[in-house]
Design a protein. Structure first.
Length: 264
């Protein structure tokens, strides 16, 4: 899953793809580099980020999603807003990627049920302004898994087909670095829920622990690729990344090493 931030305040790329034309060009480049689908978002959810209005979000993402869909690119919409999700579905998005798992907008579950799109439910405890204060756990793996299971049950009760739900443990969201590493070490436990697992570690702050001090954000692409391989080995359905080319190469190595193509 290639990340496309159509925002002026993205932590990872400084708003380089904030215009419609630039966003479309970048998405097509990501597909050429090996992305299977493009995740289009119009609101930053980095710690401390301010909310944007649904109108601004719609203006940012809908033209991009519409053009990419016309070009045959599979698109997911990264949004907390049911209005945006519904509009994205109307122009061709096939997945709703909601970092709140449907908690931020009470109408999101009904939109997911009505459209029949696949729905990514991420583990979430609060918005960007408050999430760091909510990073308290006794057993982070068990608690995150159980909270995700409860979220899935609520979505199903609201009419979302269970087979259309994917889960995301929410690395970096209401989690401190040790929590993220613990989840990665036990990622396979999330398979116990019987649903596809999405992993989004790309360029997140906890990866800086693997790098020299004062490294740039883009230097986190190599640790991201390693995490992507570990996630694939743990059975993840997809990894959400900024550097598609590097991660695609790392996953190709994993695939080749697991096949008979390496045998003389």
């Amino acid at each position: 899953m290639g990340v496309l931030n159509v925002t002026p305040d993205s932590f990872s790329d400084g708003g380089k793809w904030a215009t419609t034309d630039a966003a479309i060009r970048h998405a097509l480049a990501l597909r050429e580099q090996g992305a299977d689908l493009i995740d289009v978002g119009g609101e930053s959810t980095r710690p401390g980020a301010r909310r944007v209005s649904p109108a601004d979000e719609l203006a940012r993402v809908i033209p991009v999603i519409a053009e990419l869909s016309r070009a045959g690119v599979e698109v997911s919409v990264d949004t907390l807003n049911s209005e945006t999700a519904l509009a994205a579905a109307a122009v061709g998005a096939t997945i709703i990627n909601d970092v709140s798992g449907g908690l931020a907008d009470p109408d999101m579950a009904s939109v997911a049920a009505r459209t029949g799109l696949r729905f990514v439910a991420m583990h979430w405890r609060g918005h960007a302004q408050e999430m760091e204060a909510l990073a308290s756990y006794q057993d982070v793996v068990t608690e995150v898994r159980n909270e995700l299971a409860a979220r899935v049950d609520s979505l199903v009760a609201a009419g979302v087909a269970r087979e259309r739900i994917l889960i995301d443990p929410g690395l970096g969201f209401s989690k401190r670095p040790p929590h993220n590493w613990k989840i990665l070490a036990h990622l396979a436990m999330f398979n116990e829920l019987g649903l596809p697992v999405l992993v989004g570690a790309s360029r997140k702050r906890f990866l800086a622990a693997a790098l020299p001090a004062e490294s740039a954000i883009v230097d986190r692409d190599l640790p991201t690729a390693v995490v992507s391989v570990l996630a694939a080995q743990a059975g993840a359905w997809a990894v959400r990344v900024h550097d598609v080319a590097g991660t695609r190469a790392a996953l190709n190595v994993l695939e080749l090493a697991g096949s008979d193509r390496m045998v003389p």
